[in-house]
Design a binder for this molecule. Structure first.
Ligand SMILES: [Zn+2]
Length: 928
């Protein structure tokens, strides 16, 4: 047992009881079989367990100047030479006391006081010491270097395009481990350093302010003119200096965005501009440190997106490229349309006449490439010969490097708790909210007028996608009830289930329950979440069984049962028909692959093809429940690699030789990505770092942590994507459930590895991450009704706040079976959001447009739905005749994002210039 594990086990008794999460309950697994965390089972395993408390977990968060001076004077292995940045002091004040205890955990980080090159002398205390390079012990300037050179890892992966020293360099690993450990021990995360505590005055003030603002914006509707005039007076330019400044500002903007300037002429709307030297309200040194952290994080994400063929924000990429010498790799593979769509074409995308599952003849499928594949250390390797013994035949498919990933994760961990960065991001987010408030005050009428001008289009007939919905609960309870009753009437004598070797009909099943079709009602079905399920996952989970009977769930909402998922196929097809009938509603349904056995994929594909479960309004995501612990406890798996092989090897095989898996080949064409699901608030007993056991050695009953699951899914998906791209097949993206509950570092894994996420509730507590999600416009599929039943009451949901700040949020339903009442759950979701939060028609249309943008539908289909140029930035990409989103809103969002990115990148560029100046200004030594 490693030192770290002992440490974790020693603290396990303090963990809260495992809370149980919902979504995957729809998948047919009873969480009650999970091993409970009992204090006895995790009693301290070493005598030193008790002593760990004092030396490792009590961190000082402040330090007075005397201590600071003392810390600087006495070099310990932890205080990074003479760095005296306030954040360092705050977060590492007590670290020297820990040095004796950390022995085997990791290699000592080399600390060299040697300056590598002069940087910004005298400008900032943050730059006093050239920090040591955590990855490169020789101290050269290239940052991320890994010693191993694996085939398949492209060179670009190994370095940042520019050198960005921050005040925390050299300490990332310690900080990250400290944080991980805290997240293990603090199940409720009350005092986690990256958030503002719930009961803090800041949040209370925030809430009061928001209430007031909502009130004001309501009043504005009544008396817009008066308030508008007041605001305009307030904004009036009244001094000559201001005027001059304003002129300079305009000139600067023209230089930077000439193309936008053109648009501006056409798009007259009221803007709020900020003048002054320190426009962001913090000193330049703070801005610079924050900018470095933010840019560094964005480069990390760009790297992982590029490697896995996922996409990265176009605008963000453009700004990052100004900094580095090289082009960003992400989006190099942007799909371009073979035949451009005419701007005036219909909003409905044409679809093939033939049913895509009609022709399942292996002989017309792509040929066998004769490749072989094998999983090594949790990641699939592909060989050009089916005889995989010959290592020289390995294909050069890119894949991530584990050491590098954990190092990158540590960097991000450290960044999100850096005090100054945190308060910088918090300020920017506050600013974004306020700016939006002003935008609405000034332009609401114009936006509305623009919408009214568009003929025919309104909120009802714009495309919307339910970006997060589970197939097994995609029907509402009334629908399921009717379906059950109909099945009882139509096929009372069909054998639908086998129990103890004896076939049972639906009639038998209901008789054994003492029920007739007539007795059944929505109340007896009892599947709706209600006020008793809030923070009671056990109760919520029970709701997944119709009438509390798991057998009914087995019969009606499973793909893999005695009747081969016939009923489930039918009911999903009915849901699909409803969607098609509504014309403009689409859904991304999640189907499960558990990783228990190798034939799950083929069976799932056979189910889809046999019952022709397909609709142009639906695309599939495959969700993998994080249930290794359950299967391992039942001895269904030997180690974690078994699970990974069951999940990925069949897809590799179907990609290598589609003729051997004809159904799977067809089905995969309609799968757009992978999801990872489970109760995130379940305590994690491990930390994922470079010392974690490899999947093949993960044999204990405990579940691997969230990041571990995500990393290995990402790694295999990356190799798979490159293989599929080689073959001209569709590729996949990672879209996990992330940040619904539990520790905030899940959102870091999500940020690094996934295209977009579902939930993201916890971003409200992590300003740095929220700002990063904003800057790269990472999609967040939010489900406030689902949250309202489980985690966070509706009025506290951060969706309106995220939307006002310009995060890429969309509305989704999660589980209509549990949360919704009507035949159109997505409309219900929009309707409630609009009424509770007083969303304008423009807000609603923006949400709908976001949902299409972040969805997995093809570029071509999106071109019809949003406009042929939807991939272009700003208003060029918007077609109000299709989206009903006014250009004013799109332009506002784009300009605001550009301003934020500009602020960040300009800070770095200015610093670079200052540095060059300071080199030139070094006094020449006078010879005597
Ligand atoms: Zn879900």
């Amino acid at each position: 047992m490693s030192w770290l594990q002992r440490r974790v086990y020693a603290w396990a008794p303090l963990l809260g009881a495992a809370s149980r999460r919902s979504c995957l309950q729809s998948l047919g697994l009873d969480r009650s079989v999970l091993p409970a965390v009992s204090p006895q089972s995790r009693a301290p395993l070493s005598a030193s367990g008790g002593n760990l408390r004092g030396s490792y977990f009590i961190l000082g968060w402040s330090i007075d100047s005397r201590q600071r001076a003392a810390a600087a004077a006495v070099p310990t292995s932890y205080s990074s030479s003479s760095s005296s940045s306030p954040c360092c002091c705050r977060h590492f004040s007590s670290q020297s006391s820990r040095s004796s205890g950390r022995d085997k955990m990791s290699d000592p980080i080399p600390i060299t006081g040697k300056k590598l090159r002069p940087r910004l002398q005298g400008r900032s205390s943050l730059q006093n010491a050239e920090p040591p390079d955590v990855h490169n012990k020789t101290g050269t300037l290239k940052q991320i270097h890994c010693s191993q050179s694996l085939p398949g890892t492209p060179l670009s992966l190994k370095s940042f395009p520019i050198h960005l020293p921050t005040s925390m360099d050299g300490k990332y690993k310690e900080i990250a481990e400290e944080l991980f450990t805290r997240s293990l021990t603090e199940s409720d995360m009350r005092t986690a350093p990256y958030e503002f505590p719930e009961e803090s005055p800041i949040e209370q003030l925030e809430e009061r302010r928001q209430r007031l603002e909502r009130q004001i914006s309501q009043d504005v509707r009544l008396e817009p003119e008066i308030l508008l005039r007041a605001k305009q007076d307030f904004m009036k330019i009244d001094s000559a200096t201001d005027l001059q400044h304003y002129k300079d500002q305009i000139d600067a903007t023209t230089e930077k965005y000439p193309e936008e300037k053109e648009n501006e002429i056409e798009q007259e709307f009221q803007r709020v501009r900020i003048f002054g030297e320190e426009k962001c309200g913090v000193p330049f040194t703070d801005l610079l440190d924050a900018a470095k952290c933010v840019v560094k994080s964005l480069f990390v994400r760009e790297k992982y997106m590029a490697l896995s063929l996922q996409s990265f924000g176009k605008t963000t990429k453009r700004f990052l490229e100004q900094l580095g010498d090289r082009q960003c790799q992400a989006n190099m593979h942007d799909e371009t349309l073979e035949a451009p769509i005419s701007p005036d074409t219909t909003i409905h995308s044409p679809f093939a006449e033939e049913h895509p599952y009609e022709n399942c003849d292996p002989s017309i499928m792509p040929e066998d490439t004769g490749f072989g594949c094998k999983m090594i250390d949790g990641v699939t390797h592909v060989y050009s010969e089916s005889n995989i013994m010959d290592k020289t035949t390995e294909l050069n498919l890119p894949r991530p490097d584990l050491q590098e990933f954990t190092a990158d994760m540590n960097v991000l961990m450290a960044l999100i708790i850096n005090g100054p960065v945190k308060s910088f991001c918090y300020r920017r987010l506050q600013y974004l909210s306020s700016k939006f408030q002003m935008h609405v005050l000034l332009n609401e009428m114009k936006e509305l007028a623009a919408q009214k001008k568009v003929p025919h289009r309104d909120f009802y007939n714009i495309r919307k996608v339910d970006t997060h919905i589970h197939a097994s609960s995609c029907m509402n309870q009334k629908h399921l009830l009717r379906f059950i009753k109909r099945s009882m009437k139509k096929n009372p004598d069909e054998i639908i289930h086998v129990e103890n070797g004896k076939g049972q009909t639906l009639k038998d099943v209901f008789e054994s329950m003492n029920l007739t079709a007539y007795d059944l009602s929505v109340d007896t079905l009892d599947m709706h979440a209600d006020r008793n399920t809030f923070h009671r996952f056990d109760k919520f989970n029970a709701k997944y069984n119709p009438i509390g009977e798991s057998i009914l769930r087995e019969i009606f909402i499973k793909t893999d049962n005695y009747i081969e998922g016939k009923y489930f196929g039918h009911i999903i097809k009915e849901v699909m028909e409803d969607l098609e009938e509504s014309k403009y509603q689409n859904a991304e349904l999640r189907l499960s692959i558990y990783g228990r056995s190798r034939d799950e994929w083929d069976r799932l594909a056979k189910w889809a093809v046999k019952h022709k479960v397909y609709s142009n309004n639906v695309c599939w995501l495959v969700q993998v429940p994080r249930l290794f612990d359950v299967f391992r406890t039942k001895k269904q798996l030997n180690n974690f690699q078994d699970m990974l092989e069951n999940i990925f090897i069949p897809v590799f095989e179907a990609t290598i030789n589609p003729r051997n898996h004809p159904e799977l080949h067809l089905f995969l064409q309609h799968v757009v990505g992978f999801d990872s699901v489970d109760d995130e608030s379940k305590p994690e007993h491990h930390i994922f770092n470079a010392d974690s056991p490899l999947p093949v050695n993960w044999t204990e009953d405990d579940n691997p942590p969230y990041a571990y699951y995500l990393y290995y899914m990402y790694a295999n998906m990356t190799v798979l994507n490159h293989l599929r791209k080689k073959r001209g097949f569709n590729t996949f993206v990672l879209r996990p459930h992330c940040g619904e509950a539990g520790p905030i570092h899940h959102l870091i894994s999500g940020f690094m590895l996934s295209q977009n996420i579902s939930h993201g509730l916890l971003l409200r507590k992590a300003p740095v991450l929220q700002y990063l999600y904003y800057l790269d416009q990472i999609g967040i599929a939010m489900s406030p009704l689902s949250n309202n039943s489980l985690f966070l009451s509706y009025h506290r949901n951060p969706l309106p706040e995220y939307l006002s700040r310009g995060l890429m949020v969309s509305l989704s339903t999660d589980d209509p079976l549990q949360f919704h009442f009507t035949k159109e759950p997505l409309m219900e979701e929009y309707s409630i959001a609009a009424q509770v939060w007083k969303l304008s028609s423009c807000d609603m249309c923006e949400l709908a447009r976001n949902s299409v943008l972040m969805s997995g539908f093809s570029y071509k289909v999106k071109g019809y739905w949003l406009g042929p140029h939807y991939q272009k930035e700003s208003i060029e990409g918007n077609d109000i005749r299709r989206t009903n989103v006014p250009d004013i809103r799109v332009a506002y969002r784009h300009e605001t994002l550009c301003e934020e990115l500009n602020l960040i990148t300009q800070a770095l560029i200015t610093a670079e210039q200052l540095e060059n100046d300071s080199i030139n200004m070094t006094p020449v030594s006078e010879s005597r």
